[in-house]
Design a binder for this molecule. Structure first.
Ligand code: SF4
Length: 352
């Protein structure tokens, strides 16, 4: 049994049909293993940390960023995006005093401790609780039990609750009222999930925690363990390269089989992901010059929309035509990870 207190995100990881996965829960909470933070998580942490410092201590976004641990080592794109998200909120509103930020709240449910962090609590006869979100997906404050549980832990029998979607400058906040009915429903849900988890823990090993593949897999740190390939932690680079080749082929076979099914019988769902035949459009401009002129007149750089892959152009890059093409265009070469039947030019012998 995991000695850590219960939290909404812990229950959601086990129970949510769209974003949860019982097997991932098992690795994280039963085995107590950690996952490397994803770019989305790092971005979210920085945006939350900066907002808390700006609101609590009156710092500027830049000052706040310099005080958030680890912010300097982050990839520049993640850092800038996080700061921009924080700026968006600060430009849109200032909380009404008295308020508190990142307040740790606690409750006891059936004798067990429950904790949460509320991003912003504004006082008043009916307090307003706000949770900042950095995801693109927008949903209502009562579409999950998170905010009613926060209201319960904050000791508010009645509260206004808000989700503030930092990526949306227009209409970022969705608000609702929470009362005893919503709080009781949330507590019932939490009790039910805690019971299911306790029951699953009685099963041998992970059998009570089945994998639930879906969009959640794209950020899961336990994908190898989930496929039974855990021993790869000890694998040599050659073993890994061999496995990639076999997995690529296995993936191709799976995709081909699934595509046949989809073409014959329609989309197939795995969690919140749907395999199906989606349209992919392609534009051809018989008069490319006219297209370029049009974009320029509207202040757009045509080259952003007219990229030619190097492999396609390669046969033309010889002789006089090649010279003329090179004089017209600009080549950008980036290194990318793949495998071919010979090592990259000029590469050291490495592991081969
Ligand atoms: S890879 Fe997907 S199914 Fe497996 S544990 Fe992770 S989230 Fe669950």
């Amino acid at each position: 049994m995991d000695p850590r207190p219960w939290s909404f995100s812990r229950l959601e990881l086990y129970a949510d049909p769209r974003y949860g996965c019982p097997r991932r829960y098992y690795y994280r909470y039963v085995e107590g293993r950690s996952e490397a933070p994803t770019p989305a998580l790092l971005r979210g942490r920085l945006a939350h940390g900066v907002l808390a410092l700006c609101l609590r201590d009156g710092l500027s976004v830049e000052e706040a960023a310099s005080r958030v641990a680890g912010a300097e080592e982050l990839d520049n794109e993640i850092r800038e995006e996080a700061l921009d998200l924080a700026r968006g909120y600060l430009e849109a509103e200032r909380p009404s005093p008295p308020f508190e930020v990142e307040r740790k709240v606690r409750g006891v449910l059936d004798g067990e401790e429950f904790v949460g962090f509320i991003d912003l609590i504004e006082g008043g006869p009916v307090p307003r609780l706000t949770d900042f979100k950095t995801s693109w997906e927008k949903y209502g404050p009562l579409d999950s039990y998170q905010l009613p549980l926060y209201a319960w832990m904050a000791g508010a029998g009645q509260a206004r609750v808000r989700l503030w979607f930092l990526r949306y400058r227009r209409e970022p906040a969705l608000e609702a009222e929470v009362g005893p009915g919503e709080i009781e429903a949330a507590l019932d849900w939490a009790r039910g999930v805690m019971r299911d988890i306790r029951r699953a823990e009685e099963e041998p090993l992970w059998s009570g925690f089945p994998p639930r593949p879906g969009g959640v897999c794209s950020e899961c740190g336990f994908a190898l363990e989930c496929l039974g390939a855990e021993a790869l932690g000890e694998a040599t680079p050659e073993d890994l390269a061999g496995l990639v080749l076999r997995l690529e082929r296995a993936l191709q076979v799976c995709r081909e089989r699934l595509e046949e099914v989809v073409k014959a019988a329609g989309p197939v769902a795995a969690g919140n992901q749907y395999f199906g035949m989606y349209p992919r459009s392609r534009w051809v401009f018989p008069d490319v010059a006219a297209f370029c002129d049009l974009l320029r007149r509207h202040g757009r750089d045509p080259w952003k929309y007219l990229e030619v892959p190097g492999w396609k152009l390669a046969p033309l890059l010889r002789g006089k035509l090649g010279e003329a093409i090179k004089a017209l265009g600009e080549e950008t070469v980036e290194a990318y990870f793949t495998h071919r039947d010979r090592p990259p030019d000029g590469a050291p012998a490495g592991n081969s």
